[in-house]
Design a protein around this ligand. Sequence first.
Ligand SMILES: [Fe+2]
Length: 578
Amino acid sequence: MLVLGLNMFHADASAALVQDGEVVFAIAEERLNRVKHYGGIPALAVQACLNSVGATIADIDHVAVGRDSDAHLIKKAQYALLNPTKILNLIQIRKRREAMDDLRALLARPLQADPQRMRFHQHNVEHHIAHIASAFYCSGWEKAAGFSYDGSGDFVTTMLARCEGTDIEILERVFVPHSLGSFYTMICDFIGYRKYGDEGKVMGLAPYGTDAYYEQICDMMSPNGRTFKLNLAYFMPLGSTQGMQINEDGTVALARHYSPKMVGLFGQPREPSGEITQRDMDLAFAMQKRFEEIFFHLLDRLHRQVPCDDLAMAGGCALNSVANGKIFNQTPFRRTWIQPAAGDEGLAVGAALYAYHAILKQPRQYVLKDPYLGPEFSDARIRQALDSAALKYRRLEREPLLEQVADKIAAGQVVGWFQGRMEWGPRALGNRSILAHPGLPNMKDILNARIKRREWFRPFAPSILADRQDEYFEHAHPSPFMLHVYKIRPDKRRQLCAVNHVDDTGRLQSVTRQENPIYYELIQAFQRRTGVPALLNTSFNENEPIVCTPEDAIDCFCRTKMDVLAIGPFLAVKAEDP
Ligand SMILES: [Fe+2]
């Protein structure tokens, strides 16, 4: 049975293919059309899914969309009546709903397929149910507490659930406008981070601040019985989309989130090009602190209703790795399984698995063992791309390749590392990565000056051998998808100085041999030279979606000042280099 999962007409459009209950392929459209956070129809992603198993759209049995515009219609209508300027917004959502009704017609043109030959059944899965499904059904756990939170989706911002077997029982929903995601985005917007997806940057700024504004920030969001509420005086009325607009060309824009009350309290907002002041850092600090408090309040309530050790989690806010790293100290949960594509691209996987298990009543067997669900490329294709770019390269066996790359990283060089299938989700996890020495004090500046050009305050992250994690970090709970930030132990901070953030933390990736053998062996080879069982790992890109194809990687390599490119079995340098 083939089930195609889709996230469409929403930021981070994506497609995933589930074959007999196993996720065999998943990819966000942005990686293929190179438009960051693309929010239209994921036509290239669908085609890539089909190609991966040699199928056509006519072979698909079920299509599951991570969106149910019919959900909570009464709530939406009530909200629109209270906010008359947002009635237009509601009409647009209905139009999209009608377009989705004819999914065959929508897919036919970009796939050049005959809609008459498509025989799939369509399932619309509510946004947050798809998020929770994307975590729980991939976890392999028989039972867990399910949690999802983000800006909003299908008029809901937060969902608590009891997950058992193939059932996801919803315990609580928090509706628009009360949203942890909107709270975070509002303050990011005020301090000059106005693009969709900028929240992760501000998370890195927070530890530079103080709690000077903590009391004012607490007035913006507070616990409310089992859930929480926003003080709407600080927010613009955002409508049922919580201020997210998908443009005709599929790009995503955010409406202004902060109200004049914010300006009255804190002065003029920072322009994106303006200098970051202590005020901005202090706001970021208090925002992260309040976010965590409400998050732990919700998890505490969830644990009372579902008393177990295991938490399955997704939703855009589940990418807040700082909050995730504190779960074990601040809540009764002992294990987490967080979907690597916790943001909205993950809806494609969640909707497909929900259709398979909860709607079609198929039993569970699948466990997501690694995040490498994207495309891979043959050696011949890579060689062709290298030849076209006139790069100098050598083909090496695995062992010499690892030894030479480890030598170069140990000597302070910056290496583009392109191997195997592309990662699913926003993190580079050792298959589309730029790698460097984590223990050189100037490495952060080198990377920023030569390649990444990121804000000075953003930390780089380490990949560490999972069996050595406990020696270096204060928590041994694995973080295979780089979704937890832990304190680095005091005696190891010098060894990891390029990935040690200002508050002595690191957003680590725990690497096992089972998940990624070649990457594990590369870190081992580096360890033999330096004594450090970790590498600095940043995504293979330069202000663009992470590279997908060999051509994308070679283009990025040539545009930037990376030293070496290890791509498949080939080790390449630029033509002018010796
Ligand atoms: Fe979402």
